[in-house]
Design a binder for this molecule. Structure first.
Ligand SMILES: O=P(O)(O)OC[C@H]1O[C@H](OP(=O)(O)OP(=O)(O)O)[C@H](O)[C@@H]1O
Ligand SMILES: Nc1ncnc2[nH]cnc12
Length: 179
């Protein structure tokens, strides 16, 4: 493990049985509160954004906003929020997806992405991959190209990478930490 990955991992807190029994919740708030770790994370996500030639970062509500927005500023690209259904006021594209139990829907303002955009998706955790997969569908439906998906942490035992693989269509999935 690199020094940066070790630093980031050391600032993520495991919270058992949150938000429901059996889930080991990965809490990033200690990392956000540490300016050295948060800066290192922002630099790493911005570096991936530049390396893969993205013109915009899409952040996934809510923790993807916290990580994606400073990375976009650092990389010199625009930031586009993908929100849970019903939050965005303008004309939206909407995508339903399956969760472990039940389903959910995410949305993006249609005018925020164009055919000229290459998009890096940023989020904190890749778990089942359902949220990221739905975001890739939204990005392509908006006519934009997928530059990649970058997450702080991949929970390997939930199989998100395999689920995401077809939707990535050759684009990279970068995880700074894998557990
Ligand atoms: O890979 P998946 O199984 O789709 O899970 C990962 C998603 O779940 C969490 O968000 P959550 O929906 O809990 O929203 P929050 O960031 O608003 O807490 C996390 O921040 C990812 O967006
Ligand atoms: N175990 C987990 N910890 C934090 N965020 C999550 N999103 C989905 N599963 C999660």
């Amino acid at each position: 493990m690199t020094d940066i990955a070790a630093l980031l991992l050391s600032r993520i807190r495991d919270v058992p049985d949150h938000p429901e029994p059996g889930v080991m919740f990965k809490d990033i708030t200690p990392l956000l509160a540490d300016p050295v770790a948060f800066t290192a994370l922002t630099e790493a996500l911005a570096g991936l954004t530049v390396r893969y030639g993205a013109t915009k970062i899409v952040g996934l509500e809510a923790r993807g906003f916290i990580l994606g927005a400073p990375a976009a500023v650092r990389a010199g690209v625009g930031f586009v929020p993908v929100r849970k259904a019903g939050k965005l006021p303008g004309a939206t594209l909407s995508q339903a997806y399956e969760l472990e139990y039940g389903s959910a829907r995410i949305e993006v303002h249609a005018e925020d992405l164009t055919g000229a955009d290459r998009v890096m998706v940023v989020d904190d955790v890749l778990a089942t991959g359902g949220t990221a997969e739905a975001s890739l569908r939204l990005i392509r439906r908006a006519g934009a190209e997928v530059a990649g998906v970058s997450v702080l942490m991949e929970l390997g035992f939930l199989g998100g990478r395999a689920r995401l693989e077809p939707a990535l269509d050759g684009a990279p999935l970068e995880a700074l930490i894998r557990v």
